[in-house]
Design a protein around this ligand. Sequence first.
Ligand SMILES: C[S@@+](CC[C@H](N)C(=O)[O-])C[C@H]1O[C@@H](n2cnc3c(N)ncnc32)[C@H](O)[C@@H]1O
Length: 235
Amino acid sequence: MDEVVELGRAQGERGEVLLRRRGPEQGGVEELVVNGAFAMDSTETHSERELGRLAGGAPHVLVGGLGLGYTVAAVLDEADRLDADVRVDVVELEPALVVWASEARTRTLARAASDPRVRLHVGDVAGVLDVDGRQTQGSPGPHGPWDAVLLDVDNGPDFLIHAANHALYAEAGLRASYARLAPGGLLAVWCQAPSPPLLAALRNLHPSAAETLLEVRREGRTFTYAIETVRRPPA
Ligand SMILES: C[S@@+](CC[C@H](N)C(=O)[O-])C[C@H]1O[C@@H](n2cnc3c(N)ncnc32)[C@H](O)[C@@H]1O
């Protein structure tokens, strides 16, 4: 039986946030639980990294939320690979997670907090994207437009971590996020399973909407995750 080490536990406004590691410090599995829902672990991070890779070295990227920091790391890796300048705004709802990142409680969280190209913001990405008109004038931001908006705040539209996040996947919310894209910009949404309604809603925004399926092996089972995307036409 693996040793379980608690790396952080906080009672947030919306429930408990728990960060823990199973197994040894090097090579163990980090796990994040938010509001009683398993948010992710580091057993297999291919799909979270693929979401970041899709930013494709774009200059200004918004990532919502931070999680364990794998998507952010992939945005940086892809910019490095392409020798591209990048600024990454990360919006995370749970203040504790941002503190734990600044305290380097895991290696990938430490990277997100210490890379000078990354700004960590505590907030609701739905507010930042103004998905339901909640943004007030003069809000602290961050502010777009962004060349890529990468959303992984739930386990997808069918398994929300917070009920209020549903606004992000509704037609009006998607339209608001799309409107925050710079010309040629990409909106990408991580989903724990293909989501035909989400894909259809994105297609209503622009025919470039597409679905990338990602097969992931976990604990002897194969899961098909999906990333739904839409790209704004260049100016
Ligand atoms: C599944 S994890 C993200 C995993 C991340 N892609 C990674 O690579 O580690 C979801 C994160 O989104 C955050 N979150 C949930 N709702 C949010 C919202 N409305 N705005 C910002 N962050 C949110 C959660 O607290 C959690 O940290």
